[in-house]
Unconditional design. Structure first.
Length: 232
C-alpha cells in the first residue's frame, strides 16, 4: 500500500485517503510535481514556518490550466468577431465542445489525468471547456438563429438575467468571492437559520445557494439600472 511507503499524514492526507493508482498517481494530492515546486518555490521567501502543503491541494502551477480556460474563452470570442456565417460558428462551437468533453473524459477514464475541478487539471480544463462551448452554441442557436436558415423566435427577453450578470461579470465574481459568506449569514439572520430547509434537508444546499445568487443578482441589477459597470 502507498501508505506503507510514505507518511501521507505529514502532508495533510488522512490515513483513510483513497489514493490514486497507476499513472494517475502522479496527480496525487500534495505529492505531485506542482506540490514539489511549491515546496521549493514558496520556501524561497521569508516565512514563519516552512511551507509543507496546502490543505486544499492548491498549487501555484494551477494557474497554467486556468489560463488555458481563459484562452478558450478568448478564442470563442474571436470566433464571433469573424465573418463566418452564423451556421458555421454554431457548428464550430459544437465540434469544439464535443471534442473537449470526449477528450477530457477519456483522459480521466484512462487514468492519464483525473478530472478534478479544485486544482483545474488539464482533463477538467478540456471537459469544462467542452461543456462551455456546447452551452454557448445552444444559446447562440436558440437566440440568434441561423442566417439563411431557420430563425429562432425572439427570445432576447429570456436572456435578460444573464445580460445583467454579463455586464458586470467581474463584480459578480468579486462578490461571490468576498461577500458570499456574509450574504449567507444575513439571510439566516433575517429569514431564520433553517430557511433553506423549506423543501427538505436534501434540497437545503440548493435553496441556500439559489437565494444567495439571487441577492447577488439583485445587486448587479441595481448597478445595471444605475449604468455602473466594472470593466478592465
Amino acid at each position: 500500500r502507498p501508505s506503507d511507503l510514505f507518511d501521507f499524514v505529514r502532508i495533510g492526507l488522512p490515513a483513510d485517503w483513497p489514493h490514486l493508482e497507476g499513472f494517475a498517481a502522479h496527480w496525487e494530492k500534495n505529492t505531485n510535481v506542482a506540490a514539489a515546486v511549491d515546496q521549493w518555490f514558496l520556501n524561497c521567501f521569508p516565512r514563519k514556518e516552512p511551507f509543507v502543503f496546502n490543505r486544499g491541494g492548491y498549487q501555484t502551477l494551477n494557474f497554467v490550466p486556468s489560463l488555458a480556460t481563459m484562452i478558450f474563452g478568448l478564442v470563442a470570442g474571436g470566433l464571433f468577431r469573424t465573418d463566418r456565417s452564423a451556421k458555421r460558428k454554431f457548428w464550430l462551437l459544437v465540434g469544439a465542445g464535443v471534442l473537449g468533453v470526449v477528450s477530457g473524459w477519456l483522459l480521466g477514464r484512462a487514468g492519464v489525468c483525473p478530472v478534478v475541478k479544485r486544482i483545474w487539471t488539464p482533463s477538467w480544463t478540456l471537459l469544462s471547456g467542452g461543456w462551455a462551448c456546447l452551452i454557448l452554441a445552444t444559446f447562440f442557436g436558440a437566440i440568434d438563429g441561423f442566417q439563411g436558415g431557420w430563425q429562432a423566435r425572439p427570445a432576447r427577453w429570456l436572456t435578460f438575467p444573464l445580460v445583467v450578470v454579463g455586464m458586470n461579470s467581474l463584480t459578480m465574481y468579486f462578490m461571490a468571492q468576498l461577500i458570499y459568506g456574509w450574504v449567507r449569514k444575513t439571510l439566516q439572520t433575517h429569514l431564520g437559520a433553517d430557511y433553506a430547509q423549506v423543501l427538505g434537508a436534501s434540497y437545503g444546499p440548493i435553496v441556500e445557494a439559489t437565494s444567495i445568487v439571487l441577492v447577488l443578482w439583485l445587486l448587479c441589477y441595481w448597478l445595471y439600472r444605475q449604468k455602473v459597470f466594472l470593466r478592465v
